[in-house]
Design a protein around this ligand. Structure first.
Ligand code: SF4
Length: 345
């Protein structure tokens, strides 16, 4: 029988936890803070020896019984040099993938927001799975818990670029953002979190209305004209490029803030000089940093990856139009952790 006092701790902000402690146990902020710190920062659910509980041993025992801490079980870990991909098995047996990408002095965790995805981008392995289901709040925050406390990685950045379209699971994703941001807990600054969308305009508008200071928005663009983009990303039929640009222009960026645009370069599809020029025109005057990514091999998507020379040429056209380009070497190909490859077995 389900315990009516059970608390799914990974789905709670500190204030929500304190409120529950007050209503269920008649205790408040003092114990709430200690409990939050022990679970999120120290991965310790043995409260009997925590100083704040020294005079409240009954409460400590009750909490140990009633706290539900289920980040999912890390089932497999793959390593490609310093990049790590891990598979988490969820309580219903479904599996999700997350990737830890080393940066200069810290790691970025790429989290999933759904099992599968219904956006159907043709170059993407996750899209091929279709949408199996949305992740719950704790299944999203659980990926960070596992990366930190099971795999022992220092994580400073979060990017919602794993399996799924974050704006197709809006409320749990935004609740997870708040929990990851809690200073007494995971303590990831909003400016170190990026939500990446295929261009789901209502989601961008809802995020804009929340006015979360500093949170970053990435948009998977991949083509500068509607026919090519619709062919690669069916989402473009619902929200074409003009609407996307208009929505971005109204987005409340912080001073000197930029959007991150992703452009997967696909040989023979979106890689000509004309594509680069049209892309520069689409971007202007939005403040954008453009991630240029070579397309990864995916079964069923027959286009070959561009060569270094192709990448250089395309990048140079954009730089000539004053676009800030970051060239990404698709890390993690050998473990299928590159862009568009998650969900592959
Ligand atoms: S690229 Fe992103 S939005 Fe498109 S199908 Fe893959 S996971 Fe979904």
């Amino acid at each position: 029988m389900e315990n009516k006092n059970s608390m799914n701790i990974l789905a709670l902000t500190l204030e929500q936890l304190i409120h529950t402690l007050e209503t269920v146990y008649g205790k408040g902020r003092f114990h709430g803070r200690a409990l939050y710190r022990e679970i999120f920062k120290n991965a310790n659910s043995d409260f009997l020896f925590v100083p704040e509980f020294a005079a409240s041993q009954v409460l400590a025992r009750d909490l140990e019984k009633n706290i539900c801490l289920e980040p999912g079980r890390v089932k497999m870990v793959f390593q490609d040099r310093d990049l790590t991909k891990f598979i988490t098995r969820l309580s219903d047996g479904m599996e999700i993938e997350s990737v830890i990408v080393p940066m200069n002095r810290y790691n970025t965790l790429c989290v999933s927001s759904q099992v599968g995805c219904r956006m159907g981008c043709t170059f993407c392995e996750t899209g091929r799975m279709g949408l199996q289901r949305n992740l719950t709040i704790s299944e999203i925050t659980g990926q960070l818990y596992n990366a930190r406390h099971v795999l022992k990685k220092q994580i400073k950045n979060i990017v919602f670029m794993g399996m799924g379209e974050p704006f197709d699971n809006f409320s749990p994703v935004m609740a997870a953002v708040k929990i990851m941001n809690e200073q007494k807990g995971f303590d990831i600054a909003l400016r170190h979190m990026t939500i990446s969308t295929a261009g789901v305009v209502p989601g961008i508008r809802k995020l804009a209305a929340m006015n979360l200071p500093g949170i970053r928005l990435a948009v998977s663009v991949n083509a500068p004209d509607n026919p090519t983009r619709s062919q690669l990303m069916p989402v473009n039929n619902a929200w074409p490029l003009e609407m996307l640009k208009e929505t971005l222009a109204a987005f409340p960026l912080p001073r000197k803030g930029t959007f991150l645009f992703e452009y997967i370069l696909i040989k023979g599809v979106n890689d000509t000089k004309a594509h680069a020029e049209n892309l520069a025109e689409f971007i202007h005057p939005l403040p954008v940093r453009l991630n240029l990514i070579p397309c990864n091999p995916v079964p069923g998507f027959t286009h070959e990856s561009p060569s270094d020379a192709d990448m250089n040429r395309f990048s140079q056209h954009l730089v000539g139009k004053n676009i800030f380009v970051i060239r990404r070497w698709s890390k993690g190909r050998s473990v299928s952790a590159g862009c568009g490859q998650l969900g592959r077995r």
